[in-house]
Design a protein around this ligand. Structure first.
Ligand SMILES: Cc1cc2nc3c(=O)[nH]c(=O)nc-3n(C[C@H](O)[C@H](O)[C@H](O)COP(=O)(O)OP(=O)(O)OC[C@H]3O[C@@H](n4cnc5c(N)ncnc54)[C@H](O)[C@@H]3O)c2cc1C
Length: 490
């Protein structure tokens, strides 16, 4: 019997297709479905379509498949530039790993306690509530500076179910985070702290509440003690006796092994170095044209591209109304991270905690607990918006040098003790242009429901088209939806 598992395993033996483009003037290649974009959502939809017996071609612009899943294999510690954390409620990801023989292992990325450097002053987390630097009021004072934005969003989040964010009942929350905070009489000092690392004016509170609700669902899943959910700076990742998965898991060997195994299972249906420039559905089949002159025709097309780059693809007939608005206007946010080793524990010298949060150039430095097999701590310097866009304006060498000198300036004990290995800024990935979609205020009401409706022969996948999940699981959720839409029509 041909089962889905057998199909995937059998196909895995097929070598990956050469990356050479089609010769000029070659006739258009035919298939049933063309998937544009070889990130998780595109690859997953292609696997499901292949399982259903459809002839599928995946066109990926980059020479690397996987998109926002990117294990930097050539660098010491093999940093994960993109996704890595797999929660225990990631049903599709967990199932896929099992089918592709990828092993899930507990994550070792436990964050060490965090001091803050605000207005040119240091303060430990255990002194923050009573510090004169803490100008928040009432109960707000208990929130650690790095967590103010996130904890206030949780506090005001009325959503209970995973798809509540699409329920018109909650339309009134599709406002900026700033407006939400002002409506709830948050103090100016708390708003100021929340604005470090959050685009208060440009992000929809409702969009972020969807993630909070999904995150809570993951945290509550299984046999975990509830108080751990609210521990500042997360929790120690644990695998309880009798449980098969830890709270947070990684893929052994790196997260990129997943898209690579998916592409191997699809064999020569996956073509890299194929940047799509046009999807023309004005004839009796869809024709997909690439910038290198190659052409492909199919009954159906799935766009698994972020809207940040789908807006550069010409689509005929033109998208209309809310869907056109969605493709051209939806917001994207960047994340930039630098990775390295801590050569000596600098915190023993100055008495502040190992990790820190700042209101300056360096957004956050995460010192990570030692892994069982390593004798040094690792660190990550983490920038979200607007700090991410700022640091991304520098070439990599300059950005790394700036980080090192600025960290040594504000915290002299670190001098010569941080060894940087590499960094990556997602806004600089020109095939994606950001770490993630981020609805602007009013955009959920304006187009979130309509933006995934198929247009002619074109269907939409990608994490930005999710309905109830987040992260990698949302990419698979969207790929599954798009594949089943087509299977229903084929
Ligand atoms: C820094 C970071 C950390 C993250 N951490 C986690 C985590 O720990 N856990 C988690 O679950 N999720 C995490 N995520 C989110 C997760 O990576 C994404 O949700 C998911 O990988 C998105 O998949 P996608 O298929 O929707 O898009 P993408 O991966 O962006 O795929 C889109 C693909 O389209 C290609 N493309 C673009 N233009 C064209 C064109 N014209 N023609 C052909 N191809 C084109 C791109 O090259 C890309 O490969 C993280 C993301 C980032 C950036």
């Amino acid at each position: 019997m041909v089962t889905r598992r057998n199909l995937i395993k059998g196909a895995a033996a097929v070598p990956l297709l050469s990356t050479l483009g089609a010769p000029l003037l070659k006739a258009a290649e035919r298939s049933s479905v063309i998937v544009v974009g070889g990130g998780l959502s595109g690859l997953y939809s292609a696997l499901l379509l292949a399982d259903a017996g459809l002839d599928v071609t995946v066109l990926e612009a980059s020479q690397r498949i996987g998109g926002r899943v990117y294990t930097r294999d050539g660098v010491e510690t093999r940093p994960e530039f993109g996704a890595s954390q797999i929660g225990r409620t990631y049903a599709r990801v967990i199932n896929l790993c099992s089918r592709l023989d990828l092993k899930l292992i507990p994550e070792h990325r436990n964050l060490m306690p965090m001091s803050s450097y605000l207005e040119q002053n240091w303060v430990r987390s255990d002194q923050w509530a009573d510090s004169p630097l803490n100008r928040m009021v009432g109960d707000e004072r208990k929130m650690q500076p790095a967590l103010v934005g996130s904890q206030l969003l949780s506090k005001f989040n009325p959503l209970q179910n995973l798809d509540d964010w699409l329920n018109p009942k909650f339309a009134d929350y599709d406002v900026s985070i700033l407006e939400l905070m002002q409506r709830n009489n948050v103090s100016p000092a708390a708003i100021r702290l929340a604005g470090i690392g959050n685009d208060l004016y440009g992000s929809s509170a409702l969009g972020l509440m969807q993630e909070k609700t999904r995150g809570l669902f993951d945290a509550r899943f299984g046999n975990q003690e509830v108080e751990e959910i609210d521990r500042p700076y997360g929790f120690a990742n644990r695998k309880l006796e009798g449980e098969s998965l830890a709270r947070i898991n990684n893929i052994e060997g790196g997260c990129s092994r997943m898209p690579e195994a998916m592409a191997a299972a699809l064999g020569d249906s996956v073509q890299t170095g194929k940047m799509v420039r046009a999807i023309d559905m004005s004839g009796d089949r869809a024709e997909v044209r690439c910038v290198d002159g190659s052409r492909y025709t199919a009954d159906f097309v799935i766009s698994a591209l972020p809207f940040s780059v789908l807006r550069n693809v010409s689509i005929y007939p033109l998208l209309q109304g809310p869907q056109a608005d969605a493709v051209h206007k939806i917001g994207y946010a960047g994340t930039t991270r630098a990775f390295g080793f801590i050569e000596e524990p600098y915190w023993e010298q100055d008495g502040f905690e190992p990790s820190f949060f700042t209101d300056g150039t360096i957004h956050m430095l995460w010192a990570l607990e030692k892994r069982p097999d390593e004798d040094k701590h690792r660190f990550m310097v983490v920038f979200t918006e607007p700090a991410a866009s700022r640091i991304d304006q520098f070439p990599k060498d300059q950005a790394l040098a700036l980080m090192e000198s600025e960290i040594a300036r504000i915290r002299p004990s670190t001098k010569g003790k941080l060894r940087f290995l590499d960094m990556y800024g997602w806004s600089n990935n020109t095939f994606i242009r950001g770490c993630r979609h981020m609805f602007k205020p009013g955009q959920i009401n304006a187009f979130a429901r309509e933006m995934i409706v198929p247009h002619e022969r074109l269907h939409f996948a990608g994490e930005h088209t999710r309905r109830s999940d987040f992260g990698m699981e949302s990419a698979l959720e969207s790929g599954e939806r798009a594949a089943f839409e087509i299977i229903g029509r084929a």
